[in-house]
Structure formats: C-alpha cells, structure tokens
Ligand binder design. Structure first.
Ligand code: SF4
Ligand code: SF4
Length: 372
C-alpha cells in the first residue's frame, strides 16, 4: 500500500478506523466538529482528536431530532451516533460556530449516551479588541474541562509539544498544496483531498510518518503543469465529495487551491512556538482565515478569496456548498460580487449527501471551463 493509499483507506470507513484505534487502546478518542476545535489540547491531554464528518448512509434516526433543512454534515453525524457507529468515542467536542452545530450539540447532549460532551464557546467577533483575551479565557476553560473529563493533566510542556507536532502536519499539508499549485498534474485533486481529510482523523504520529514520504515521492515527479487544465479555486465549507475533483479534472479544470474546511482552512496559519501555548493558540484562531460563522471584518472573507485567486493564478472559482448551509449561502452574494469586480469568473454548485447527477455536473463544469 502506498502512503496515499493509506489515507484513502481511512476515509473509506472512518468508523472502522476509530474502532481499530480503540482496540489498540493507546489513547482515548475524542470526536470533534469544525476546524475551530483546539486539537492540540486534546492531543496534549493524552487523547486522540478525530474529526467527525457524518455518515453517507440514509438518514432516518436523526430526522426525529433535527429538521430536514439542517445540513447533511450535522444530520449525518447525529445519525452515525444514534445508530451506534461512533461507540468507539470517549467524548465529543462541539465548538459553537454555526447554528446547526450549536443545535447538534444540544441534541447530542440529550440523546447520545456514553461519550462525554463538551462545548467550547469561542467569540464570534474576532476583530474586536477584547477578542484575543476572550479567546484565551475560553481556551483555558476548555483545558480545565478536558482535564476533568479525561482525568488527565494537561501541562504547558505537553501543549507546547503538541503545537510543534500539529504545526509540522499543517506545514506538510501546506507544502503539498504549494507543490500542486506549482505543478497541478503532479497529484490528483481527490488524492490531495484524501490526505488533508484523513490527516484530521488518523493517528498523528502515523500522519507525520506518511506526509514527508508523500512530499518526497511527489518531488521526484516530472513537471506536468502544461497538461493539467484550467486553474480553479474551490471555495465553500465542508467537501464530502471526492468525486467533484475527478469530474472537474475530466471536464478540463484542475483545483490549484481551495478555501474549504476540508482544505486550506484546516492548515493555514501556524501556531507560534516558544511562547505561552494558550496565548499562541488564541492568536492563531484570531488571525487564521475566518469561516462564515465568525466575523473578522465586513469584507475579510471576500478579500481572502480574491487574494487566493490572484496569488494562485486561478482562472476561475467554483463555490461548492452543502445544501442548507446558511453561513456559506449568506456570504455567497458578496463574495461573488467581489470576484466579479476583479473579473474572476465563478460558478456555484450545491450538494447534499449525494452529488447532483454526474451528467448534470459535467455539463455545468464543461460550460464553465469553456467560458474561461
Ligand atoms: S464552515 Fe466554519 S463552522 Fe462550519 S465546519 Fe467550517 S470552520 Fe466550522
Ligand atoms: S458551517 Fe454549514 S456545513 Fe458546516 S456545520 Fe454549519 S451549516 Fe453545516
């Protein structure tokens, strides 16, 4: 099995991977939602942070608790928990970001028996003067909550070590993105997607074994940039659809960067090492590219997207949203307007658990790519 195959293998059945980790029994397993969860703290407390993305199965148990107009990530995650597929978890962490995750937290607390439940209520307005101090206080409280729930001591030294480890992982993922951006044909979009997403779930020691190997293997490949297709940026929330990369590539495009929670929003912005670790984590959350559930200035997200598109020499942007994801849908008009203002073409696609029919998507992307 190649290193890239190993990442794909985890994504094929994350619950089976979680059960395997549990059987090995090295660390308690803490599931979490959203890239605003301080994984470093969970790791430093001796547990394994495992991001949860929902199940691709039909949803029926969750429908008794959540409206059908909640996004499929939230409904799918609850379905998996109620169906007993997440029994390997020792706990679950819910950052209060979008309304759907906040409501999921309440429903989970009342209905999912077994694993402990923790909320982390971070500030929404990140450009306020008090935001950094507020964020640091929230993180200190979370640290204490984790110590209680895991019955563990979370020392500054362990937290500093965890910060170094997660910085290395994020640095490697950024390096892979840069390699693809420079030479888009070097790795397929779905391979890169699998690497980033599985890195949020896998044993982090193993991730750090594999990423340098992938980087070294890609470094030996010949430049194929000329044949890779039209350069596109993929923007949105969570992408649960590796097929979208294949369809884009088959229709003459290639994703050279993204603004996704399952992509660059996970790894961009390293935590400063060598200073008070809680302050350093707070600063990263304040300064990293924001998602639409946070506020960091009226135009910060659009400015960021335009900057990415220009820096990465993208010819167009594909907005890819989960249906019923209000935060992203609300930001879309002004972000599109900002791209229009810079003459950067864009197209928008919405999906639930299943992608729209392949033929339909192919036609839309073909038309878009031809227009570029
Ligand atoms: S879009 Fe924001 S709230 Fe939703 S998962 Fe990503 S970081 Fe979290
Ligand atoms: S940000 Fe959107 S996709 Fe993510 S959990 Fe919230 S509603 Fe769902």
């Amino acid at each position: 099995m190649t290193p890239i195959d190993e990442f794909h293998e985890v994504l094929r059945d994350p619950a089976a991977y979680g059960r395997k980790l549990r059987e090995e029994g090295r660390r308690k397993i803490v599931g979490y939602f959203c890239s605003y969860t301080p994984e470093e703290m969970i790791y430093a407390a001796g547990a394994h942070p495992m991001r949860l993305f929902g199940t691709g199965e039909n949803i029926h148990l969750a429908d008794a608790h959540l409206q059908s107009y909640c996004c499929s990530l939230v409904r799918g995650a609850l379905e998996g928990a109620l169906a007993g597929h997440l029994e390997f978890l020792d706990g679950a962490v819910f950052p209060h970001t979008c309304d759907s995750i906040q409501r999921l937290s309440d429903v989970w607390r009342m209905n999912v028996k077994g694993p402990f439940h923790l909320d982390i209520v971070m500030p929404v307005k990140l450009d306020a003067e008090s935001a950094k101090e507020y964020m640091a206080d929230v993180l200190k409280r979370f640290r204490k909550d984790l110590e209680d729930k895991l019955d563990a001591k979370l020392s500054d030294e362990a937290l500093k070590d965890a910060i170094v480890r997660f910085n290395k992982i994020r640095g490697c993922l950024g390096r892979l993105y840069e390699m693809k951006n420079k030479n888009p044909g070097i790795i397929s979009g779905s391979d890169l997607y699998a690497i980033v997403k599985a890195s949020m779930m896998m044993d982090r020691g193993r991730v750090l074994d594999l990423l340098p190997k992938v980087i070294a293997d890609l470094g030996k490949k010949k430049a194929t940039a000329e044949t890779a297709g039209r350069r596109l940026v993929l923007a949105g929330g969570i992408c649960n659809h590796p097929d979208i990369y294949r369809i884009i590539e088959e229709t003459g495009g290639t994703v050279v960067w993204d603004d996704l929670c399952t992509g660059s929003r996970y790894f961009e912005g390293l935590t400063e090492e060598g200073k008070d670790p809680v302050t350093a984590l707070a600063e990263r959350y304040i300064s990293r590219p924001p998602c639409p559930a946070k506020h960091a200035g009226l135009f910060s997200r659009a400015d960021h997207l335009v900057r990415i598109a220009k820096e990465k020499r993208a010819e167009g942007v594909v907005f890819f949203f989960l249906k019923f994801c209000d935060p992203h849908a609300f930001d879309y008009p002004y972000m599109k307007e900002a791209l229009d203002g810079e003459g950067i073409p864009s197209v928008m696609v919405e999906a639930e658990d299943q992608l729209p029919s392949e033929g339909q998507l192919q036609t839309r992307f073909e038309t878009f790519v031809q227009m570029l």
